[in-house]
Design a protein around this ligand. Structure first.
Ligand code: C2O
Ligand code: CU
Length: 433
């Protein structure tokens, strides 16, 4: 179960009501073990507390680091002041053991976001530090239910402990650390209850270190209404959308009036072997009245034509090298973090960047503080009708993205496979005022 701990009022009240997130060591009872698993968590919850705020308000989060090593909190996808972005060495100092840091988050966009550390991330996320951050629309949406599913993937040993070696050669040479225990909100194959006729908003968040999910719901109509926290321009069917680490989608699920007593499986179909993630069980009750409304769509898209005459500003070649702190490094233009090939742009002019994957591995590339559109794949037009903050660049694939620099600051840009990022695959885009 996720607990709701933060529904704060309007800006102004925040000083009295900061939300507290304390990272500490603890234990978690997985359903498949008799013993409890040592984990690191926020407020002793796996996943971390579900935070809900309202668009237009300011939320204050007091982070207390009670781990034995430095940490920080990054608010993935939230458009906030650069100084609050939570990247040690870039936007703030690491928060040392026993230290605190106050984050002030001005919630500019409604949508589905999440939070996680940005220090020793491959280990800290894997040990359990992550949670969902929802920014509610100004007007209440008439959904029958609002489900939040944080998808994760743990690598557990037979004795119930988390496999203690991180950034192994095996993880680094491949697509990062894939686990053996996929969970939804820390549960294994949970069952969610619905009533015939309901219209449910389902928010899917991929919080795994490296596993890519491609969810499929057998027998139910599910439309994507938002990607990476932002409404799409036109709703489209779920149809195995690729959800890589960092990505989120919001779905509009309609439970048919005649579905009483039925069970619908939600499966992952990214790998060749499909497996069940969760299921939706419909009560044998009388149908409820279906809410009739149209969820918001994005009106203020950067039009794709705006990029037509823009030259490619930067191509980041993604590849591995021998070297770096783990012996295998993941590079962007042959360079390893922090000696990366960085860029800086003034505000306002449209930019085009290519992520060119010269390796045979997967790289979900993420840019902080920037919403971009995918314009081309392998130099062929492939304009998406939505913006993203993370895009999967497949083996030998090149993805051209376009965006307009809008938020001043130094924004980290990296592969969201935590092990690749730790092995050097990070750089920055500095947007200058
Ligand atoms: Cu979830 Cu630097 O990102
Ligand atoms: Cu990668």
């Amino acid at each position: 179960m996720i607990l709701i701990i933060g529904l704060l009022g309007h800006a102004g009240a925040y000083a009295e009501q900061p939300l507290k997130l304390e990272a500490r060591e603890g234990y978690y009872q997985f359903p498949f073990f008799d013993t409890r698993t040592p984990v690191w968590s926020y407020n002793d919850q796996i996943p971390g507390p579900l935070i809900r705020g309202r668009v237009g308000t300011t939320m204050v989060v007091d982070f207390a680091n009670r781990l034995k090593e430095p940490s920080s909190i990054h608010w993935h996808g939230l458009r906030i002041e650069n100084a609050m972005d939570g990247v040690p060495g870039v936007t703030q100092d690491p928060v040392g053991p026993g230290e605190n840091f106050r984050y002030r988050l001005k919630l500019e966009d409604a949508g589905t976001f999440w939070y996680h550390p940005h220090f020793n991330s491959s280990e800290q996320l894997e040990r359990g530090l992550k949670g969902v951050f929802i920014v509610e629309e100004a007007e209440k949406q008439p959904w029958s239910q609002d489900w939040v599913w944080l998808m994760d993937d743990w690598l557990l040993q037979k004795d119930g402990t988390i496999y203690p070696q991180f950034n192994t050669g095996r993880d680094l040479m491949h697509d990062g650390r894939w686990g053996n225990a996929p969970t939804i909100n820390g549960n294994f194959r949970p069952v969610f209850q619905a009533k015939p006729g309901e219209r449910i908003r389902l928010r899917l968040i991929n919080g795994a270190n490296a596993r890519i999910f491609s969810p499929h719901i057998e027998g139910l109509s599910a439309n994507i209404i938002a990607v990476d926290g932002k409404p799409v321009t036109k709703f489209f069917a779920l149809d195995r959308f690729v959800l890589s680490p960092g990505n989120r989608i919001d779905l509009d699920i309609r439970i048919p009036k005649q579905a009483g007593g039925k069970i619908f499986a939600v499966e992952d179909r990214f790998t060749r072997k499909a497996f069940e993630l969760a299921s939706i069980k419909v009560d044998q009750s009388d149908p409820v009245k279906s809410p009739k409304f149209s969820p918001p769509t994005e009106a203020n898209f950067i039009p794709a034509q705006m990029f037509e005459k823009v030259k490619v500003e930067k191509t980041w070649d993604l590849n591995a090298i021998r070297g770096g702190k783990f012996g295998i490094g993941w590079t962007m233009n042959q360079k390893l973090w922090p000696d990366s090939d960085k860029v800086d742009y003034p505000l306002g002019l449209p930019r085009k960047i290519i992520f060119k994957n010269s390796s045979s591995r997967l790289h979900p590339m993420h840019i902080h503080g920037v919403f971009f559109r995918v314009l081309e794949r392998n130099r062929i037009k492939a304009i998406e009708q939505f913006t993203r903050d993370t895009v999967l660049v497949g083996p030998r694939e090149s993805v051209t993205i376009g965006f307009v620099p809008e938020h001043p600051g130094i924004w980290l840009t990296h592969c969201h496979i935590q092990e690749h990022a730790e092995a050097g695959m990070m750089t920055t885009i500095e947007i200058k005022n």
